[in-house]
Design a binder for this molecule. Structure first.
Ligand code: FA5
Length: 364
């Protein structure tokens, strides 16, 4: 006995608090929402809750026991509060996971969706394939002007004024004295002037001729010029590269023939024809009933042309070719008539499912 109070055994209170804490733990574990958690917390630790309300009984204990009672009540209250915190995290994490599973919310950190806006023209598709082949061989891809001078289109290519070879490539003359280029060959000279030797480049581009139009001739068509200049370049190099080019682009069996061909800017010069893939060489309108289509004229660069490009022809030699790109696209995709290529009919664009080449233009 001290100062009229007896020391109270608080073990009953502890048992009560253990029971309430255990009840609260069960109720909190069953809660599925933050609101339910708040309700349970209020039932136990608020001023009027089962544990909180016991705080007001501290004064009823003798002073010697009040410290112990207060500590027991605080410990129970903190244990329940700690459980509330843990279950709050549990419920919040579950809500975030559920949201992520069903949410259509915009996440700016995710990669964008590529949308295909269209398809490519067959000539573009083949041009990209040709470029890919030559880039692997160390060639650069160059461009030249479609409006050309007489000098680059003819003179520098060893076709002086009044030369009969000019008749083979009748063109459109402009009022300013320039012309629409008949071939991509003028870029041979431009490339030599720009880069000197050694040199490897291709030049895809549009050409124009004053031409009678039929199934294999248009007034506007595409060529790819090729030029390789180095020491000791030979006809063997030329033939190997031509074969590789056609094999890579056509990806099927085909037959070619090589025959002498006259172009003033090469010596010797060749016509490389392909057995028509429209009729399998039997003869049709596309190949003018001959079974063969002129596709890839080529030859060894004439010394006069090297000279015109500023390259020393005693040190360097080279080969050049002028691929009929529009015709190659016709052979690859089975297009019977060249007029289809320029008709602007969107149905002739290549659907991605028919062509496994470079990715189509997109908005990425
Ligand atoms: C030339 O244009 C030469 N510059 C090619 C060349 C380059 C030869 C370098 C030697 C060295 P040709 O006129 O044959 O050559 O035309 C080349 C290819 O272009 C032809 O084989 C053909 O496939 C294509 N072609 C020519 N004219 C037309 C046309 N009107 N319509 C469609 N394709 C054509």
């Amino acid at each position: 006995m001290t100062a009229g109070y007896e020391i109270v055994d608080v073990s009953d209170l502890r048992q009560t608090l253990d029971r309430l804490t255990s009840e609260a733990a069960t109720a909190l574990a069953e809660a599925k929402t933050i609101d339910q958690l708040r309700t349970v917390r209020s039932q136990y630790v608020s001023k009027t809750g089962s544990v909180g309300s016991l705080m007001s009984t501290i004064k009823d204990y003798p002073p010697q026991s009040r410290g112990e009672v207060g500590k027991a009540l605080n410990a129970a209250s903190q244990a329940i509060q700690q459980l509330v915190t843990e279950h709050t995290s549990r419920i919040e994490n579950a809500e975030v996971a559920a949201d992520a599973a069903t949410s259509t919310a915009f996440d700016p950190t995710l990669p964008g969706t590529r949308s295909r806006l269209g398809s490519v023209h067959p000539v573009t598709a083949v041009q990209w394939e040709v470029e890919a082949v030559f880039e692997r061989l160390g060639f650069t891809v160059e461009a030249g002007p479609e409006m050309e001078s007489d000098y680059y289109n003819f003179e520098a290519l060893n076709i002086p004024k009044m030369h009969p070879a000019r008749d083979l490539q009748d063109t459109f003359w402009l009022e300013n004295g320039m012309l629409l280029r008949t071939q991509t060959s003028p870029v041979q000279i431009r490339a030599m002037e720009k880069f000197g030797a050694p040199l490897r480049c291709i030049v895809p581009g549009r050409c124009f001729r004053y031409e009678t139009i039929d199934a294999s001739h248009e007034n506007t068509f595409h060529q790819v010029e090729g030029l390789m200049i180095d020491r000791n370049v030979s006809i063997a190099n030329l033939i190997a590269v031509m074969k590789l080019l056609l094999n890579e682009v056509l990806q099927r069996e085909f037959e070619i023939r090589l025959r002498p061909g006259y172009f003033p800017f090469v010596e010797p010069g060749f016509e490389l024809d392909i057995a028509c893939l429209i009729c399998n060489g039997k003869g049709c309108a596309t190949c003018k009933r001959t079974g063969w289509l002129e596709l890839l004229p080529c030859g060894m660069v004439h010394p006069n042309v090297l000279r015109a490009g500023g390259v020393d022809h005693t040190k360097y030699s080279g080969f050049a070719f002028g691929l009929g790109l529009t015709r190659l696209a016709m052979m690859k995709f089975g297009v019977h008539d060249i007029r289809v290529m320029n008709a602007g009919d969107l149905r002739n664009l290549i659907h991605p499912s028919r062509w496994a080449g470079p990715v189509i233009v997109d908005n990425g």
